[in-house]
Write a protein that binds this ligand. Structure first.
Ligand code: NAG
Ligand code: NAG
Ligand code: NAG
Ligand code: NAG
Ligand code: NAG
Ligand code: NAG
Ligand code: NAG
Ligand code: NAG
Ligand code: NAG
Length: 319
């Protein structure tokens, strides 16, 4: 038995060298976050960095081996130094993150740990599934926890290589509690408005600005309903609010109806063809390359065409 056990360990060691686990977690002060449990429940293997040094030693190619990178909520920490490692290494990990992303302006691990809220588990689980099922490379999950909750407005420095993200905290007293989902993805199967709302602060920071155009563009996934001011948007179901969860690779409401609606951030809409090899339009109703006019995307050969590609060389991706 002992020999068998030893052989098993040796095999596991070799497997570790040959292929990365599915999901990478940073060290984060050695805390064990609920995100890790949710990832395991979904059936993903996880690698948690043994130290901060391990994360700092990684190269772009090391990050790119994973299906996704999860920057968990350290159970409601407000100290920006918690994610200093992310900022320090952004030039290394950012180029690896070409897949689906989810950025969360709240602290699901805290609300799971202390209040056992079903919505907190669902938010972690669905978001991790979304980033791990990218069709285009390594995905990433980032909980902004409570880092920006008392800041009027701030750029997210650690994500500056991905794009310009501006968040607002301190937007309501005592807190914003009405959450509403405005996008879908095949991976978002359990989160809904009811369980995302009424957390005794469902929302800690909202996104006033984020990249929205072309294939790297983000969508609002969930909004602080009826919140007003910088970042306020209208959605295809006639609701309005400010996004507090944004995603790359999700499908906004109204996308897929074969009608380009620029007022809801769409650049194109080929209906059911979105995201298929025959279309220049992504699942997110963004042009894979660049928009010429609403409904018309530039093809990869740089000539203009309608958003339905005539060329089979145009590859679909997940965004
Ligand atoms: C986290 O989990 C690992 C392995 O399961 C364990 O060794 C470690 O002590 C845990 N850390 C904390 C802070 O609970
Ligand atoms: C919050 O983050 C700070 C700085 O990174 C760390 O020292 C502290 O232990 C963290 N607190 C908790 C409760 O995790
Ligand atoms: C992902 O898509 C971008 C364009 O959006 C492309 O430049 C990149 O090569 C793709 N990466 C992978 C791994 O397919
Ligand atoms: C939050 O906003 C209120 C006014 O709405 C203000 O009194 C308070 O000082 C602000 N807190 C922080 C930490 O900025
Ligand atoms: C909200 O806070 C109250 C008072 O602290 C507590 O009793 C209740 O369980 C909390 N509810 C949630 C959903 O966190
Ligand atoms: C995105 O597209 C809109 C409208 O097409 C344009 O007004 C805006 O400047 C673009 N933003 C960026 C960052 O390119
Ligand atoms: C949001 O605003 C709409 C329209 O004014 C209103 O019907 C709805 O009750 C509001 N919902 C919440 C939760 O404030
Ligand atoms: C939104 O409002 C418009 C104009 O009032 C209406 O035509 C449309 O049916 C509404 N859409 C939904 C999804 O309720
Ligand atoms: C989408 O709309 C175009 C015209 O705008 C039409 O030719 C085409 O048949 C429609 N496709 C679907 C799947 O409805």
């Amino acid at each position: 038995m002992r020999a068998t056990h030893f052989a098993g360990l040796a095999m596991a060691g070799l497997a570790h060298l040959a292929v990365a686990e599915d999901l990478l977690f940073p060290y984060m002060h050695g805390l064990n976050n609920s995100e890790i449990d949710q990832a395991k429940k979904l059936g993903y293997s996880v690698h948690v960095c043994a130290s901060e040094d391990e994360w700092y030693s990684m190269k772009t190619a090391d990050f790119a081996k994973y299906k996704g990178i999860v920057i968990p909520d350290p159970t409601g920490n407000t100290s920006m130094s918690t994610i200093k490692f992310l900022d320090d290494t952004k030039k290394v990990w950012s180029p690896a993150v070409t897949g689906n992303m989810v950025l969360i302006g709240t602290d699901p691990s805290f609300h799971a740990k202390w209040y056992n809220l079903p919505g907190a588990y669902a938010m972690m689980s669905d978001s991790i599934a979304h980033i791990a099922t990218s069709k285009n490379g390594t995905g990433m999950y980032v909980s902004l926890s409570c880092y920006y909750q008392s800041v009027t407005s701030s750029t997210i420095d650690s994500l500056s290589e991905i794009g310009n993200f501006v968040v607002r905290g301190n937007i309501s007293h005592p807190c914003l509690n009405d959450a509403h989902l405005v996008a879908t993805s095949p991976a978002i199967t359990s989160l809904n408005d009811d369980i995302a709302s009424n957390w005794n602060c469902s929302v800690h920071e909202v996104f006033a600005e984020y990249p929205r155009n072309s294939s790297g563009g983000f969508e609002a996934l969930a909004v602080a309903l009826n919140a007003t001011g910088a970042g306020q948007q209208s959605f295809a179901d006639n609701t309005s609010g400010i996004p507090y969860i944004i995603a790359r690779g999700a499908t906004p409401l109204g996308c897929g109806n074969n009608k380009t609606q620029p007022e809801f951030g769409e650049e194109c809409d080929d209906g059911p063809a979105n995201g298929t090899p025959g279309s220049l339009c992504s699942d997110s109703c963004k042009c894979l390359t660049e928009m010429i006019t609403p409904g018309t995307c530039r093809s990869s050969t740089t000539s203009s065409s309608s958003s339905t590609a005539m060329s089979s060389t145009v590859m679909a991706n997940s965004r």
